[in-house]
Design a protein around this ligand. Structure first.
Ligand code: ADP
Length: 301
């Protein structure tokens, strides 16, 4: 994959509701009591989102379960399958996507109306991490500010025409996932990442309930760090009792997408800023990952 630190797609923000003939679109008419500014922003947001075929949010009940790792490898797998993909990191308090893709310290270009995402091949990436002077800076923002930033990332980033937008949300069921679900009316659904431990499993139930309350379809549960892949022979050994993710998925009647073992090469790839499924494509764990994301690739037919 090639890193382009300069904007490649200086496309105009010409996609507008005025030229769109879809009278059934919710952004077609101003809502009663809606200010002109709010109406205009809603139309701008809709005009962007209209050009993205599938929007998927990656959620987890807990931090550190591998949610960003899954988001990165899902986005890269889709790109390797020939899709046009965007990856939006709204993990405002811990944006790790730039590090995982080797984009740390790179700059985002833009002007008043439009921001240009970083590009890696056919993958467009946007993260708050690109705006932090120092990656160790803490972002201390309250709800409305976070909602504003997420809205801006959706509305003002030159995503262009995409097959998929993958959104890496922070753990839990707080402001950020709520904002994403509220701002994107036509989310295709959520992928929920968990680990085998019981404490993580309890939080998965919360994430599934969260989706149900917001009418967001659960595309499936992924159990990460499920067993340990031997670096020598590739054999998977169970360290913690696994299968919790599958049991919850069955119990709550949502699809189970699969289990990813703990693999030292995944951790290495993340630290080196390399997408695991691309740079370690031949490894047994990468093959497992590819199988897991296949149903999501198959959505775009
Ligand atoms: P989250 O987004 O849930 O906080 P991350 O994706 O940032 O979690 O992952 C946390 C750490 O765990 C990262 O260092 C990542 O490289 C590592 N990691 C994630 N999944 C695996 C795995 N299956 N095997 C080994 N390390 C993993």
């Amino acid at each position: 994959m090639q890193d382009h630190s300069e904007p490649q797609n200086q496309e105009k923000s010409g996609n507008s509701c005025e030229t769109c003939g879809d009278a059934s679109c919710s952004a077609h008419a101003q809502n009663p009591g809606e200010s002109d500014k709010d109406f205009m922003e809603r139309q701008q947001l809709q005009a962007r989102l209209c050009r993205i075929k599938h929007k998927i949010v990656v959620l987890s009940g807990k931090g550190g379960v591998g949610k960003s790792t899954v988001a990165v490898n899902l986005a890269v797998s889709l790109m390797l399958a020939g899709k046009e993909v965007g990856l939006l990191d709204v993990d405002i308090h811990g944006p790790s996507i730039p590090t995982m893709l080797g984009l740390e310290g790179t700059t985002v270009f833009g002007h008043e109306e439009e921001l240009f995402p970083q590009t890696l091949g056919n993958l467009k990436v946007m993260s708050l991490g690109f705006f932090l002077k120092n990656p160790e800076d803490a972002v201390i923002w309250r709800g409305p500010l976070k909602m504003g930033a997420i809205k801006q990332f959706l509305k003002d980033v030159a995503w262009g025409d995409l097959d998929y937008l993958i959104i890496d949300s922070p753990p839990g069921t707080g402001d950020e996932p709520l904002s994403v679900c509220q701002l994107i009316g036509d989310l295709d659904g959520a992928v929920i990442v968990t680990t085998p431990q019981k404490v993580a499993a309890v939080d998965v139930r919360k994430s599934i309930s969260f989706c149900r309350q917001l009418n967001v379809r659960v595309l499936g549960v992924i159990e990460n760090m499920s067993g340990f892949a031997c670096p020598h022979c590739g054999q998977i050994t169970e360290i913690l009792p696994s299968g919790g993710g599958r049991r919850i998925a069955e119990d709550m009647q949502v699809p189970f997408l699969g289990a990813i073992p703990m693999d030292a090469e995944i951790a290495r790839a993340c630290d080196e800023g390399k997408a695991f499924v691309h740079h370690y494509a031949e490894s047994p764990t990468a093959v497992i990952m590819k199988k897991i994301v296949q149903p999501i690739i198959d959505m775009d037919k």
